[in-house]
Design a protein around this ligand. Sequence first.
Ligand code: PHE
Length: 338
Amino acid sequence: MRARLEEVREQALEELEKSKNISQLEDVRNKFLGRKGILAQQMKLLKTASPEEKPVIGKAANELKALLSSEFARKLEGLKRSQRGEGKRPFFDVTLPGKKRTLGKLHPITRTIQHIEEIFGELGFKCVFGPEIETEYYNFDALSMIENHPARDEQDSFYIGKGILLRTQTSPVQIRVMEKEKPPIRIIATGKCFRRDAADASHTSMFHQVEGLLVDKRVTFGDLKGVLEVFVKRMFGSEVRMRFRPDFFPFTEPSADAAISCIMCGGEGCSSCGGSGWIEILGAGMVDPEVFRKVNYDSEKYTGFAFGMGIERIAMLKYGINDIRLFLENDIRFLSQF
Ligand code: PHE
């Protein structure tokens, strides 16, 4: 009988190893370990063994049963794993050159915004943000842009509901900040603006602006000029000159537009500056007392200045780009140059 057990062991292990899939393995397991399997039959024969042999054979049979059970479990795991496709590693050629990954870059507008924020940040201005969807109150009324102001015409703004529109400028952020905070105020706000402009080399219906606002006691027009001059020189280089001319905005008084000496020709006059030697880059002025009244600031006590610039304009001058539409085309040949 002991010899028979030895035979069973060898036969079982051989058939187990040969099983190619889980159902074959189950059959083999039943054949040997099943209730009416070979091992069970051997156990029955134990009765016929001599009293001395009985415990020895019984022990050997139990050991065989335990061995086969664990071997079946191991084989089953192996079959399951190869069914999941593991273990079949593809050939890996270490001599092949690697795949080149192209690095993404920041969009030139994003870079320009970061540069602007950095310069004004060093001058003590805090970055704040306002909503792109605005009410007429913040976009126009609070800024003294009266009912029939041409910019309020539906032709120029994207209305999305009654009294609600995509902001046409970042100036509404001035109002939102002053409603929430008391002077001293020193903020810039960058972000998207929207106007119904037909697209051409210098217009797109979505563009970016940066708004600046400083309110405190004894703020003068000289402070405005000083701050903007530092900005312009940091942005475009120390040789660039600035010029202020009277202008009009409903929410600043007095108002001015500021121009810089042409980056391309140094002020000589060229096609970029239309021969004038100057390029306008921003609108600015002293905050109108009427605006202060709207936000409950005492205009006897406080004065302030505000300015607004088109960020695309700054980026175009900085990088020598001649068509604003390039910023929106997502052409990788253009974008990868920055
Ligand atoms: N918001 C004005 C514009 O879009 C610019 C501006 C801002 C002018 C702040 C004066 C002060 O034209």
